[in-house]
Design a binder for this molecule. Structure first.
Ligand SMILES: *[C@@H]1O[C@H](CO)[C@@H](O)[C@H](O)[C@H]1NC(C)=O
Ligand SMILES: *[C@@H]1O[C@H](CO)[C@@H](O)[C@H](O)[C@H]1NC(C)=O
Ligand SMILES: *[C@@H]1O[C@H](CO)[C@@H](O)[C@H](O)[C@H]1NC(C)=O
Ligand SMILES: *[C@@H]1O[C@H](CO)[C@@H](O)[C@H](O)[C@H]1NC(C)=O
Length: 274
């Protein structure tokens, strides 16, 4: 029973941790700053990892990834492949004890771009990196899947080569917003595709703002929703088990295996005790 509550607590912590990733957004070709907001007495070293890969952080702006101020890290000339999770590890020392310590900050980097394409020409989007699990396009019915890992494209007007999603012949129906999601449903890349030659009017700007809102909403709602949903289910199971737990019953040594049996069959227990 208590083991189950421990599990519940652990799950809540994991959920909480998953939502503390710091969201940062950059445009292809632009820069992004991973701010460390940390006031240590002595910062010894700053490290950056992505997917357990070590990234070289330079002291000067000559490199694409460099340290700025005390421990901020700037990534220059962003590309779609930079999207994903980053861990910034700050090694520091405390003046009094002189003991080396470290602190991690985790960022979720989202990359966006706007491209315009002439109708009748092919459109190539370099977005199918290893982290990509799904590509969706907005339509009047909402987000529609156009590519999925393990399946490929859903339309014969598209194909794939070398991590590129290709629309063979671009038509004005293909204009819109495309987004790339990872296996956790996190939005990593957003590409707004417009037909070239059309004039940018006030209406277009309003639509863009609307899309931005939707993206933010989905970005936060999905992980929080999944987590709290699962937590609710686990909490209900816990309450059922609690209600059905025999009063004054103390499991004899070796009889502990009764509890996991109950957890696995909450419905049976519910009928038994009602
Ligand atoms: C990115 O940073 C570099 C170096 O700090 C700067 O020269 C460049 O103008 C910046 N680019 C953008 C798009 O902000
Ligand atoms: C930016 O990166 C692209 C490849 O992603 C490269 O072709 C280009 O030369 C880079 N530009 C600068 C200014 O480093
Ligand atoms: C999809 O997004 C684009 C660009 O943000 C917008 O102009 C368009 O109206 C959207 N389409 C639909 C059907 O929502
Ligand atoms: C994808 O389409 C392009 C353009 O039509 C074609 O050259 C290429 O061979 C196609 N690739 C695949 C794998 O079908």
């Amino acid at each position: 029973m208590f083991r189950f509550f421990n599990l519940l607590l652990l799950f809540a912590l994991v959920c909480h941790k998953g939502n503390t990733d710091i969201p940062v957004t950059g445009k292809t070709g632009g820069n992004v700053t991973l701010t460390c907001e940390f006031n240590a007495n002595t910062i010894v070293q700053v490290e950056l990892f992505s997917d357990s890969k070590d990234i070289n952080v330079c002291e000067t702006e000559e490199c694409r990834v460099f340290k700025k101020a005390a421990c901020d890290v700037v990534i220059k000339n962003l590309s779609f492949s930079d999207a994903g999770k980053y861990t910034l590890r700050v090694h520091y020392k405390n003046d009094q004890t002189n003991v080396a310590k470290q602190k991690d900050r985790i960022y979720q980097l989202h990359i966006h771009d706007e491209i315009s394409v002439k109708t009748g020409t092919p459109l190539k989007m370099h977005v199918l990196m290893s982290f990509a699990n799904k590509v969706e396009k907005n339509s009047s019915e909402g987000w529609k899947e156009v590519w999925k890992r393990g399946h490929g494209v859903w339309s014969d007007r598209m194909n794939v080569s070398d991590e590129n999603l290709i629309i063979k012949v671009f038509t004005d129906n293909d204009a819109g917003t495309y987004r790339v999601l990872d296996s956790e449903g996190e939005i990593l890349i957003t590409v707004t595709v417009t037909e070239s030659g059309t004039q940018s009017s006030g209406k277009l700007d309003t639509d863009k703002d609307k899309t931005g809102d939707t993206e933010e909403h989905n970005h936060w709602f999905l992980p929080v929703g999944v987590c709290s949903g699962l937590l609710l289910v686990l909490a209900v199971i816990a309450v059922i088990i609690w209600r059905c737990w025999p009063r004054g019953y103390t499991p004899a040594p070796g009889q502990e295996s009764r509890a996991p049996r109950g957890i696995g069959e909450p419905l049976t227990i519910l009928t038994e005790c009602d």
